[in-house]
Design a protein around this ligand. Structure first.
Ligand SMILES: [Zn+2]
Length: 316
């Protein structure tokens, strides 16, 4: 079985271009810088276009009335019986407008406010990776397989349907899998219906691809307030944020170096500091950082599920 998985990991990037002969009839533009650079595994594919390879199952057609995976801003689907009662329609705020939020909204991205059920800390030092799966994720999976360490992945629905084999490999390898929404939008700036859509479509993507129905989700940009929490809770999702930021995204503009990151991790490790490390598996350099951090942290089978003594990382 191990040989089978390794074969999947090493060959998924060489899928024949024949699979791309029927692109979407209405391609959509990627407006999220966060994931725009992670989709060039297949050479000449124009990176502003997505080519989902995951099947769109009949049960999802029956629920949604659609026949293909949507773009970064998926539609809210009538008929899912989501209960909107008691959820305020605002106030909405963008990442640039924290000044309009009130502290009573308990915003994490504006005020580092944490809701009573949110998970922000862990009694272990654990690695969490956002924004995958990507063509760079298998390199990390190989290393974790070799060393026997588990990690926690917060995946984007759109990435799951574009790289379903990578997502299935993450699942097969026994890593903790949770939602990072479908299209990486800043949720507090969206309407209630659009927030529901972002969360539901991510769950549908994970379920359709590997039978995973997530229990946990991490809001993109840490964007969560009480309105978002209410919606997430009604969808059975608990918020996990972080307390130890590696700032690995700064590696790409070289405002932070690998040595800076490793020194910081070593300081935390030596001081016996525990917590949730925020990392990314959407670029090769952040994956390289993740591999070396794994060598320093070496946390075995400990994942985000252990932060709450949860014996099952997801539903079903
Ligand atoms: Zn993210």
């Amino acid at each position: 079985m191990k040989i089978t998985v390794l074969a999947v990991l090493t060959t998924f990037c060489s899928v024949s271009m024949a699979s791309f002969h029927a692109p979407w009839s209405r391609p959509f533009t990627n407006t999220s810088n966060t994931i725009s650079d992670s989709l060039s595994c297949f050479g000449p594919v124009q990176k502003d276009f997505y080519y989902p390879r995951a099947n769109f199952p009949k049960w999802l057609s029956d629920i949604t009335g659609l026949h293909r995976w949507p773009g970064l801003s998926p539609p809210y689907v009538n008929g899912t019986n989501f209960n909107f009662s008691g959820i305020p329609e605002g106030p909405l705020y963008t990442q640039q407008s924290c000044n309009v939020t009130s502290h009573s909204q308990c915003s994490f991205d504006c005020d580092l406010c944490v809701g009573p059920k949110d998970i922000r800390h862990c009694n272990y030092l654990i690695q969490t990776f956002d924004d995958g799966p990507t063509p760079d994720t298998p390199t990390l999976l190989h290393h974790l397989h070799k060393t026997g360490n588990k990690a926690s992945f917060f995946v984007l629905g759109i990435q799951v349907v574009v790289y379903p084999d990578v997502f299935r490999a993450m699942h097969y390898e026994g890593h903790f899998l949770a939602s990072h929404t479908y299209g990486h939008r800043h949720l507090p700036s969206l309407s209630n219906r659009d927030i529901v859509a972002q969360l539901q479509w991510a769950t549908w993507a994970m379920n359709a691809t590997a039978g995973v129905i997530p229990k946990y989700f991490r809001p993109p940009f840490g964007g969560v307030d009480n309105r978002v929490r209410m919606i997430a809770e009604r969808l059975g999702l608990t918020v996990i944020v972080w307390d130890l930021d590696t700032n690995d995204w700064k590696l790409t503009d070289q405002s932070r170096t690998l040595v800076d990151i490793f020194d910081q991790i070593q300081v935390w490790k030596t001081a016996n500091i525990h917590g949730i490390l925020l990392e990314h598996d959407n670029t090769m350099i952040s994956v390289d950082a993740g591999i070396e951090i794994s060598n320093i942290v070496g946390n075995g089978n400990i994942t985000a599920a252990n932060c709450k003594d949860d014996s099952a990382a997801w539903y079903g």
